[in-house]
Design a binder for this molecule. Structure first.
Ligand code: AHM
Ligand code: MG
Length: 334
């Protein structure tokens, strides 16, 4: 018997009525992202073959080394979205400031802004380990037809209308939500089509994997130290397994499938944590919650934080509901 797996294109057409303010605009937006994802995927996969590795010479606003592929991915996503006039503004982890997109006639009637981390975990590219793209979509709050302002980007995560990631792994996948659960699609590179491979993804309520950069242990807050010791204790289903790739999308993706918790706390070196609220934590939090999991800064829900700046960082505890609640309890009692 032949079995036809739904493609992402077919899925989007079927689901369009579920999209908020359904005018097809959000569907077209997701389409552009999946297209840009294919282009970046092609480049990431041949990274080992061509002399494209190494520093581009510049550093991004956070002062970290920027790899050439980061720059490339940033350009592909931004150009794809600009050329198709599909959004009215873009903010990228790789850009100092947000980008206002004017329409061809100087007027842009699109209602969505996109925030994107074009290539997260890029220090892993040199060593052939999975990296990812993370994106987040909001409806603008300023009037349509006028240039976007910072206000359109500084919205709390609970206002997201869509979020997702692309994982450039052993297979390339796009996983996203528009607020009606989470679905995962796997790219068949031979024909360039994504197939619905993971319908209705559910984060297990509990798990046995904890993912944290334990090298920073001495700098962790006491609550995180205590939680790590708890994970390592021999009792019941513990000790847990430690798994840390250092590539947020990959660590998150594994934990969503197997059950687990990801933690990037504030440390002595990074008093606000390392990860960015707008480009990394909010989109992952939206996906996590839509899959039945939790995302917290250790004290409160990530998606309820009112952002004050584009490149804001935040401590991040994300994963299986019971595990995040346990970690929060340790934070509270420390
Ligand atoms: P980046 O945006 O500079 O790539 O940094 C984000 C990455 C995440 O993917 C990963 O989870 C984390 O940084 C790893 O940080 P560390 O190497 O400090 O453990
Ligand atoms: Mg990043």
């Amino acid at each position: 018997m032949t079995h036809h797996n739904k493609t992402l294109g077919e899925f989007i057409i079927n689901k369009q009525s579920e999209f908020k303010y359904s005018s097809g605009e959000l569907s077209r937006l997701i389409n552009s992202i999946r297209l840009a994802g294919k282009i970046v995927n092609h480049e990431v996969n041949k990274a080992g073959l061509v002399d494209i590795l190494g520093n581009a010479g510049g550093a991004n606003i956070q002062g970290e080394d920027q790899q050439k592929l980061d720059v490339y991915a940033n350009e592909v996503f931004i150009n794809t979205l600009i050329n198709r006039e599909i959004v009215c503004g873009i903010a990228s982890e790789e850009e100092d400031d947000f980008i206002v997109i004017e329409g061809r006639n100087g007027k842009n009637d699109n209602k969505y802004v996109v925030l994107i981390d074009p290539l997260d975990g890029s220090s892993n590219i040199d060593v052939n380990v999975s990296v990812g793209t993370i994106f987040s979509v909001y409806r603008r709050v300023t009037p349509e037809g006028t240039p976007v302002t910072i206000e359109d980007f500084l919205q709390p995560g609970n206002k997201q209308v869509a979020a997702g990631y692309i994982i450039y792994g052993t297979s390339t996948m796009i996983v996203y939500t528009t607020g009606h659960g989470v679905n995962g699609f796997t790219l068949n590179p031979a024909i360039g089509t994504y197939y619905l491979s993971h319908p209705n993804m559910i984060f297990p309520d509990t798990g046995q994997i904890y993912s944290v950069n334990e090298g920073n242990y001495v700098h962790f807050p006491q609550g995180v130290k205590d939680y790590i010791k708890y994970c390592q204790q021999e009792e019941g289903d513990r000790p847990y397994t430690s798994r840390y790739i250092g590539s947020l999308v990959s660590d998150f993706h594994r934990n969503m499938i197997k059950g687990g918790i990801y933690i990037y706390p504030n440390t002595a070196k990074d008093p606000e944590g390392k990860l960015r609220l707008l480009y990394e934590c909010n989109p992952m939090a939206f996906i996590a919650e839509q899959a039945g999991a939790k995302a917290s800064n250790g004290v409160k829900r990530i998606m309820d934080i009112q952002p004050t700046e584009l490149h804001q960082r935040v401590p991040f505890f994300c994963g299986s509901k019971n595990m995040v609640e346990k970690a929060e309890a340790f934070m509270q009692n420390a």
